[in-house]
Design a protein around this ligand. Structure first.
Ligand SMILES: Cc1cc2nc3c(=O)[nH]c(=O)nc-3n(C[C@H](O)[C@H](O)[C@H](O)COP(=O)(O)OP(=O)(O)OC[C@H]3O[C@@H](n4cnc5c(N)ncnc54)[C@H](O)[C@@H]3O)c2cc1C
Length: 283
């Protein structure tokens, strides 16, 4: 466990960020190394109930990792049994299916599962506690490299001396930037609106991804909720200004707009199904 020497606490590894990456690494380190090996995770979000509206497609390899560290058994995930990808304009007369994945990685093993981020983070957090990971509700505010360790200052004013500092603070990692690790990136000028919708009919584990001119529109199956019924996660990408406009209008207006987009897609998908020679063909 992290120990205190004067006012400076020591830890073998300090992980900044308690998302999927940070927590999974912390658990794996505790399980794989001696129990005297101390792992600390610091994240200001640790004290809050996870409220991430996103859902993620967890591919088979990542699912096996969550299984190995004993977390997957504690979450409910929806297997993706079929996936359809199209790549054309809604107004195109023919919208061929670009790609389909309907099959298992291994017999009986779906290639991916859909899971809501919040319950997965909650399960990871519980497992981390059970494995003796020290959880600190604070941000990594600053750090200085010393000869054989890093002195890390947390946002609550505490200082930790860590043999290794891991930046797991998300896509726009401030820790990575502070460490001077360069990245290359560019903006697509798009924003994604993420929401969960309830619907009447069963999705039968089918995921759809439509690559439209404004960006991908994905309908991803979620586990049935006893109170709400059938549900899917929507990732609705638009040009950034249009997305800002949509989230700025009233809830009802945004819902109508989503309903219209989905109705148009459903009609096109029906035409597509009728025209398709056989399932699983790449056209
Ligand atoms: C719309 C959308 C859909 C996606 N769908 C998928 C998908 O289907 N499948 C998939 O695999 N991935 C998907 N992703 C990507 C996926 O969400 C991320 O890859 C994943 O969440 C990254 O996890 P992470 O632990 O690196 O970072 P995050 O989940 O972003 O967590 C970072 C954590 O770091 C904390 N933090 C920030 N700054 C500091 C600091 N200074 N000190 C300490 N902590 C800090 C934050 O509070 C946060 O808890 C999607 C992303 C988006 C936006």
């Amino acid at each position: 466990m992290a120990s205190s020497a004067g006012s400076v606490q020591r830890t073998d590894v300090l992980i900044g960020g308690a998302g999927f990456a940070g927590l999974a690494l912390a658990i794996a380190l505790r399980q794989g190394l001696a129990s005297s090996f101390s792992v600390t995770v610091a994240d200001p979000a640790l004290g809050r109930t996870p409220k991430d509206a996103r859902a993620s497609a967890i591919v088979a390899a990542a699912r096996r990792l969550f299984e190995t560290i004993g977390v997957w058994q504690n979450v409910e995930a929806q297997p993706i049994l079929d996936m359809v990808v199209t790549d054309s304009r809604l107004s195109d007369v023919v919208r061929p299916v670009f790609l389909t994945f309907d099959g298992d990685v291994e017999p009986g093993e779906p290639f991916a599962h859909m899971i809501e981020n919040s319950p997965l983070v909650a399960a990871l957090m519980q497992k981390a506690k059970d494995e003796g990971v020290a959880l600190r509700e604070a941000a990594v505010a600053d750090f200085e490299r010393a000869r054989d360790h890093v002195d890390v200052t947390l946002s609550d004013g505490d200082t930790l001396a860590a043999r290794l500092l891991v930046a797991a603070d998300g896509a726009h990692s401030a820790i990575r930037e502070r460490a001077g690790i360069p990245t290359n990136g560019f903006s697509y000028g798009q924003s994604a609106i993420v929401t969960t919708v309830a619907h009447e009919r069963d999705h039968h584990g089918r995921a759809e991804e439509h690559f439209l001119p404004a960006g991908p529109f994905a309908i991803l199956p979620l586990k049935r909720d006893t109170a709400v019924g059938h549900r899917s996660s929507i990732v609705w990408t638009e040009r950034a200004e249009e997305a800002a406009r949509i989230v700025g209008v009233s809830y009802d207006a945004a819902r109508q707009r989503l309903h219209r987009a989905r109705t148009e897609l459903a009609a096109k998908m029906q035409e597509l199904e009728a025209a398709k020679p056989r399932r699983g063909a790449v056209l």
